[in-house]
Design a protein around this ligand. Structure first.
Ligand code: MRU
Length: 372
């Protein structure tokens, strides 16, 4: 079976041409175009302007960008500068720095003439590993959806209603996704699912990207405004929530797209399981308290003041809804405290969101770092 992400990879490494290609996600769902990134600055701009987005994919694009940079100058100084430039493009998703530092540590100890080939090899290995993690997340997370399907009330309705926020599908990772991986796996296993897709203002990753992914896969879904989730939960219309994460702390606090915290509060009030799906590379072991410790990206106010859309005749327009001169604040992420998280679903299984429960993963992560 050819997967959607094989037909249209969000990121393609092209070592022979010393460049990478990405699917321009700022154009979806209106246009479906791949863009060539030929230089380090092309790669940095693609991340900061969100042609690519989603924590794992940002990390993989950073790794590809470093390989592009090393292909033109493999020396120590250029390599270190490239790491800093790429790492500075988006501050919140930890996978970016994680991938760059892993590559840098390996490249700096390699002989200079060997660095070009090694950089592409490492970027490829990270990509393969990340995709395998997402597939495993799908298997573990689908078990939770299967459990929900066993509930009599859910069976009587005829489908499991899943709520998700932002886009944590294959567009955000390169394959499967994190929060959507369990949905894809459950659907393939024959469990009837329906997904409530939060619009996810201001950039509308739910409306533009998650709705597009689910439509491509033929999975039933309904778009809702961000404020609808609490109401749906109160009326028994949500059985289980799955979201992704941009950075999770050693104690299980979860940083994800702005609005995630409010969904978690509503889920807790209605006793609905709120699961976070993430590869272990998204855990920042150096931080304990997410609210104090995680840097929250603040993006341009134009993302709120101007909305892009297509008229019925197919023309793309930017529209302004608020009075000219209105100021906007645009924090892009928020932190959901561990106490509101039912479980963290990662490539190694389903874990309670607590420091003690995550300790074995920490030991594995240290071991894995040494192995790459
Ligand atoms: O600003 P974005 O679109 O990069 O934010 C993405 C998210 O918040 C996702 O939910 C998160 O990265 C998890 S993606 C697997």
């Amino acid at each position: 079976m050819t997967e959607a992400w094989d037909r249209s990879p969000p990121l393609r490494l092209l070592p022979a041409q010393a460049r990478i290609e990405v699917l321009d996600q700022t154009r979806l769902p209106i246009d479906h175009v791949h863009v060539s990134l030929d230089t380090l600055s092309d790669c940095a701009l693609a991340i900061s302007s969100m042609l690519v987005r989603g924590a794992p994919l940002i990390g993989l694009t950073g790794a590809g960008g470093l390989a592009v940079a090393v292909s033109s100058d493999p020396g120590d100084a250029a390599l270190t500068r490239a790491v800093e430039l790429l790492a500075g493009t988006r501050p919140t998703a930890v996978n970016l720095r994680w991938a760059l530092e892993r590559m840098r540590d390996r490249l700096l100890v390699a002989p200079v003439p060997e660095r070009r080939a090694l950089a592409w090899q490492l970027a490829g290995a990270l990509q393969t590993a990340e995709h395998a993690c997402c597939e495993a997340i799908g298997v573990h997370g689908a078990g939770l959806i299967r459990d929900a399907w066993r509930n009599e009330r859910v069976a009587a309705r005829g489908c499991v209603n899943i709520l998700t926020h932002c886009n944590a599908g294959w567009l955000a990772t390169g394959a499967w996704g994190t929060a959507l991986a369990p949905v894809y796996r459950a659907w393939r296993d024959g469990i009837p699912v329906h997904v409530w897709v939060d619009e996810t203002r201001p950039r509308n990753q739910g409306a533009r990207l998650t709705a597009w992914e689910l439509r491509e896969a033929g999975i039933p879904h309904t778009l809702v405004v961000d404020n609808a989730a609490g109401h749906l939960m109160q009326h028994g219309e949500v059985d289980i929530c799955f979201v992704g994460s941009d950075r999770t702390t050693a104690s299980g606090d979860v940083c994800n797209k702005i609005g995630t915290y409010q969904k978690a509060l509503a889920a807790a009030d209605n006793r609905i399981p709120f699961h976070v799906a993430l590869p272990v590379s998204t855990i920042d072991w150096s931080i304990d308290d997410g609210i104090d410790g995680i840097p929250i990206e603040s993006r341009s106010e134009d993302e709120i003041l101007l909305q892009e859309g297509m008229s019925d005749c197919g023309t793309v327009h930017l529209i302004r809804q608020s009075p000219p001169g209105t100021r906007a604040a645009n924090p892009a992420f928020d932190v959901t405290p561990a106490r509101l998280v039912s479980s963290l679903v990662c490539e190694h299984g389903v874990f309670p969101a607590s420091r003690d429960a995550l300790a074995p993963l920490r030991a594995m992560a240290v071991h894995g770092r040494a192995a790459l």
